[in-house]
Design a protein around this ligand. Structure first.
Ligand SMILES: [Mg+2]
Length: 200
C-alpha cells in the first residue's frame, strides 16, 4: 500500500460506464480553509458547495474529492487526524443531503521529513495523478468532468487530466491550456455551476 496516498470509496452507488465526475478540492472549497486542519471541531462548510454536490447526486454524477494533505508529510498531523477531520466534513455534507462517492488524499510534499518527503509526486496537485486514479477506479470520462477548487494548482491538475471546465473559488475567468476556468464567487456563479452539472 502507498504510504502517502489514501483512497476511500464511499457507498456502493453504481455509475454508468464513461460517466463524467464532479471533482472537488477539499480545504478552501468544501470547508473553510483554516490552514492544515487537524481538529474536526474546527470544520465549517462553505455555503455554496453542498448545492453543487446535491445537484451531482441527483444527476447520478460521481462526486470525487481530491485533496493535497502535505500537513502529514510536514509532520503537523497524521492519517488518523486526517480521517477524523474528513469524517466530519462528510458528516456536515450529509446533514445538507450531499454525498461524496470517493475521497483521494495525497500526503507527499518536498518540505517533509521521512518517507513522505517526495518532490513533485505524481499524485500531488498540480499533478493529475489523483484524478487519473479516480478515473481508472470509477470508469470516468475525464474530458466531460468538472473540477471545483480554490487554488490554481486545482485548475492545473484538472487541465493536465484532460478536463475542459473548472470553477475557481473567489477566482477570475481564465483559460489554462484546454481548461476554461470560471469564477465561483456569488449566487449567479453557483447557478452556472449547477446548470453545468445538471446538463452533463
Ligand atoms: Mg484548497
Amino acid at each position: 500500500m502507498d504510504p502517502g496516498l489514501r483512497i476511500e470509496r464511499i457507498g456502493g452507488k453504481v455509475f454508468p460506464a464513461n460517466t463524467p465526475a464532479l471533482f472537488l478540492d477539499r480545504d478552501g472549497t468544501i470547508n473553510v480553509d483554516t490552514g492544515y486542519p487537524d481538529d474536526p471541531a474546527d470544520i465549517v462548510l462553505r455555503d455554496d458547495i453542498a448545492p453543487a454536490i446535491v445537484a451531482a447526486n441527483g444527476a447520478n454524477i460521481p462526486v470525487v474529492v481530491v485533496t493535497n494533505q502535505s500537513g502529514i508529510a510536514r509532520g503537523y498531523f497524521g492519517w488518523d487526524e486526517f480521517a477524523l477531520v474528513n469524517g466530519r466534513v462528510l458528516e456536515l455534507l450529509a446533514d445538507s443531503g450531499a454525498t461524496v462517492d470517493m475521497v483521494l488524499a495525497c500526503a507527499y510534499h518536498d518540505a517533509g521529513a521521512g518517507p513522505l518527503t517526495v518532490a513533485n509526486h505524481p499524485m500531488r496537485k498540480p499533478n493529475p495523478g489523483m484524478l487519473i486514479e479516480a478515473a481508472k477506479r470509477l470508469g470516468l470520462d475525464l474530458k466531460r468532468s468538472l473540477i471545483v477548487g480554490d487554488k490554481p494548482a486545482d485548475m492545473e491538475a484538472g487541465q493536465r487530466a484532460g478536463l475542459k471546465r473548472g470553477w475557481l473559488v473567489d477566482g477570475e475567468a481564465a483559460a489554462i491550456g484546454g481548461l476554461s476556468v470560471l469564477p465561483l464567487r456569488d449566487a449567479r456563479d453557483l447557478e452556472g455551476l449547477l446548470a453545468a452539472i445538471r446538463s452533463l
